[in-house]
Each structure stands twice: as structure tokens, then as C-alpha cells.
Design a protein around this ligand. Structure first.
Ligand SMILES: Nc1ncnc2c1ncn2[C@@H]1O[C@H](COP(=O)(O)OP(=O)(O)OP(=O)(O)O)[C@@H](O)[C@H]1O
Ligand SMILES: [Mg+2]
Length: 148
């Protein structure tokens, strides 16, 4: 599947043309290296692809629902956090879900005293967690139900 198509992309900063007639296709599972001398326009091209810079000419085609991650060459970290804490921030939503699952596990330890209605309630709330965790939740649920 084609994820992105660049047709004749051009970009200038002032009078200086940095990119001219760039044609490129990015397909599913592609691994692409962009090679060039310093100042050739590699980062400019990536920024255009990531939607951070506009382009002057040509067209960039991509599906509307395409999401992209872009790690900048020059990063400015302004927080007082450690590097570890800064990196964990990326996974904040997953860590939140993990906490939720752990707390549900604790509640399920008391499952022997729960009614079937409560179990169903636990099950649906676990299943509402992200798909990353729903399989895990189902396994936990199955194991717990075996106790009955
Ligand atoms: N925001 C900007 N405004 C004006 N000129 C810019 C801007 N960003 C980049 N340039 C200029 O565009 C040219 C290409 O820069 P770019 O950062 O894309 O090159 P690069 O290939 O990534 O270089 P490097 O190998 O050093 O990372 C350079 O001459 C740079 O000075
Ligand atoms: Mg660069």
C-alpha cells in the first residue's frame, strides 16, 4: 500500500531554491534513507512530509487518516525532567492503561465474593481499555472464571 506520494515538490527559502521537482513514494513497511551533504535539504523534505513545512510547488498525497511521528534533528528540551522521565512521557497513555489493569487485577483477587453481575461489569470495563490490553484482560478474565 502506498502511504505517501510526492510529485514534483519544490521549496525555496527566500530566493534560494532548496528542493526542486522531488518525486518519491513511501510504501507500507518501507525503510528509506535520505542522503545528502549538509544543507542539501534533507530535514526540509522530512518537515514537508511531516506537515511541519509547507511546500511551494508540486503535490503531496497521503490518506487523510495517516498519522506520523517525526523525531526532530535538533531537539530543545525545556523541562526539568530526567531523560528517562521525558522518554516515558511518550508512553503516558499506555502507562495509564497499565495502572488501570493492575487496579482491576487487585479487584479481581476478591472475585470469589463477587456476583456474576459484578464480573460482567469488570469484563466490559476491561474490554473498553485499548486493544493493546483487551487480549490481556480476556486472559485474566478466563483465568479468574476458572476459579468458580
Ligand atoms: N526555516 C528556515 N528558514 C530559512 N532557511 C532555512 C530554514 N530551514 C532550513 N533552511 C536552509 O535550507 C537549507 C537546507 O536545510 P536543511 O536543514 O533541510 O538541510 P539538511 O540536509 O537537513 O542539513 P544537515 O545535513 O546539516 O542536517 C539550508 O541552507 C538551511 O540554511
Ligand atoms: Mg538535517
Amino acid at each position: 500500500m502506498i502511504l505517501m506520494q510526492l510529485n514534483g515538490i519544490s521549496k525555496s527559502f527566500g530566493a534560494e531554491e532548496i528542493l526542486s521537482n522531488i518525486k518519491m513514494e513511501v510504501k507500507d513497511n518501507d525503510r528509506i534513507a535520505i542522503v545528502g551533504r549538509n544543507g542539501a535539504g534533507k530535514s526540509t523534505l522530512l518537515k514537508i512530509m511531516a506537515g511541519e513545512f509547507s511546500h511551494d510547488g508540486g503535490e503531496l498525497l497521503k490518506p487523510k487518516d495517516l498519522t506520523m511521528g517525526y523525531l526532530s534533528q535538533h531537539m530543545t528540551l525545556e523541562s526539568g525532567k530526567t531523560i528517562w522521565a521525558e522518554m516515558l512521557d511518550v508512553f503516558e497513555h499506555l502507562l495509564g492503561l497499565e495502572k488501570q489493569i493492575r487496579s482491576m487485577e487487585q479487584q479481581m483477587e476478591q472475585a470469589a465474593t463477587l456476583s456474576m453481575e459484578n464480573m460482567k461489569e469488570y469484563y466490559s470495563s476491561m474490554m473498553s481499555c485499548s486493544k493493546h490490553f483487551s487480549v490481556m484482560a480476556a486472559i485474566h478474565m478466563k483465568q479468574t472464571l476458572k476459579l468458580f
